[in-house]
Design a protein around this ligand. Structure first.
Ligand code: CMC
Length: 422
């Protein structure tokens, strides 16, 4: 086995640490005996150099701009498979056969319905509440309504638990929107496919027919697929952190929802559109690019940069193509696209962005697609939640079944006062 030798220059002591092979990507040094050997910990702000677990779910090559779910490239899945097939893939490790799909898809439809008690929770929220605040509370309440199906050793119990939360998330998200608009909290439509049902639940009105175009279903489905999993990002790490204490699985998912809300993470999609609206016209773009480059200004270009991708985000590439398809069919807000295109053009050639590998990320394009679908800005991050729930659940299941998993408990470098007495 390959190993890595560390030497303490002060004491002259050396020790070997095993280097573990990864199937794809960088190998990892197992430093679990570091403190025992040298009496030191590592310091890694933002944990960007630290592998916190072993996982079989997602692989990212940030330099190439590659993303694989269970080995399959994201572009192929978004183009050739629907989101329910992707859910099956992420949860079980394999795409479903035709027979498996029929059973799985039917099960997922049946699990869309919320307990009536969940609906009542919405009455307590003001109309002005942010949908993410309502989602967080409603999903937290799910753990109060569903105590069962928590036996990690039973495939059947865990299948029930995971499918239930993935299936109910669009219903809960649609309720946050309907509540804020003062619309009745309608039932999901059992006759509609996953993504079509979500659009139906956003749009249905007591009077009139709910029109949903095929291209809209296709876009929504691809958006869910592109957001489904992204290995150990901030929200997934949060889910694993809570999961490591053996808390209720839905309590861990709620923690992920709250972590995703921030504008450095999932909240960026809402911020992108707010920023494009604030910029207002192509003529103002240069001024805001200058602000983004100014180290004394906190302004950042929303939808640019990524901790892992130092190349074009592969999800962004798929979305850019979809956005252009939608432009002709639905009439995307062309003023915002014009501003976005100008920003993209400058950022892809400007030395500041090029030297820092700041490329457009998924959120740069998803906002304009949501706009074209007539979806309110505050619903953008809840849609990210719908897509990502399956990833969180799969990571949680993997963690619960990993015999090497431990409670998450990092160390620190203490820089407070030395010991003192009263
Ligand atoms: N606009 C202007 N400058 C930027 C930006 C940006 N969007 N992002 C990074 N930089 C600069 C940053 O100021 C720093 O410059 P310097 O080296 O001179 O100090 C350098 O690039 C490195 O930045 P960093 O903050 O160390 O990078 P990070 O890996 O810690 O942060 C990020 C990644 C996504 C939080 C950050 O790029 C950002 O805030 N982007 C805007 C928000 C956004 O679009 N978030 C969505 C991420 S994709 C969705 C998801 O997976 O959650």
């Amino acid at each position: 086995m390959a190993s890595f030798t560390l030497t303490d220059n002060q004491s002259g002591k050396s020790a070997e640490f095993p280097v573990l092979d990864s199937v794809l990507g960088s190998n990892v040094i197992d430093i679990s005996k570091l403190h025992k050997e040298f009496g030191v910990y590592t310091l890694d702000n933002g944990l960007s150099m630290t592998g916190s677990c072993e996982s079989k779910i997602t692989y990212i090559d940030g330099n190439k701009g590659e993303l694989l779910y269970r080995g399959y490239p994201i572009e192929e899945l978004a183009e050739k498979k629907n989101y329910v097939e992707v859910i099956h893939l992420i949860l079980t490790g394999e795409l479903p056969s035709q027979e498996e799909y029929t059973v799985f898809e039917r099960d997922m439809r049946q699990k869309r319905f919320p307990h009536e008690g969940i609906k009542k929770i919405f009455n307590a929220f003001p109309d002005s509440a942010h949908p993410m605040a309502m989602m967080s509370s409603a999903v937290s309440a799910l753990s109060a309504f569903h105590h069962r199906h928590l036996d990690v050793s039973s495939d059947e119990e865990y299948r029930e638990m995971s499918q239930r939360v993935v299936a109910k998330m669009p219903t809960i998200a649609a309720y946050t929107f309907r509540h804020s608009m003062g619309y009745p909290l309608i039932f999901p439509d059992m006759d509609r496919y996953f993504s079509e049902n979500f659009l139906y639940m956003l749009r249905a009105f007591p009077t009139g027919k709910t029109e949903i175009k095929d291209v809209e279903i296709k876009c929504m489905d691809a958006i869910f697929t592109l957001h489904a999993e992204h290995e150990q990002n901030a929200s997934t790490t949060t889910v694993r952190g809570v999961g490591s204490t053996s808390a209720h699985p839905y309590a861990a998912i709620v923690a992920g929802i709250n972590a995703l809300w921030g504008k450095a993470h999932g909240g960026a999609n809402e911020s992108v559109i707010s920023q494009l609206e604030m910029i207002g016209s192509v003529e103002n773009v240069d001024k805001y690019i200058a602000k983004a480059k100014d180290s004394n200004d906190e302004f950042r270009l929303m939808g640019f940069g990524h901790r892992v991708y130092k190349n074009f985000d592969p999800r962004a590439k798929v979305l850019k193509k979809l956005r252009d398809e939608l432009r002709d069919e639905l009439g995307v807000n062309s003023k915002l696209i014009e501003i976005a295109n100008r920003i993209e053009e400058i950022a892809l050639t400007d030395e500041y962005f090029v030297s820092r590998n700041l490329y457009p990320n998924i959120d740069f394009y998803s906002g304009t697609i949501f706009e074209a679908l007539g979806i309110k800005k505050s619903m953008f991050t809840p849609i990210f939640v719908i897509g990502r729930t399956v990833g969180w659940v799969a990571q949680l299941i993997e963690q619960r079944r990993d015999p090497k998993a431990k409670i998450v408990r990092p160390r620190q470098r203490y820089i407070g006062p030395g010991k003192r007495h009263l």
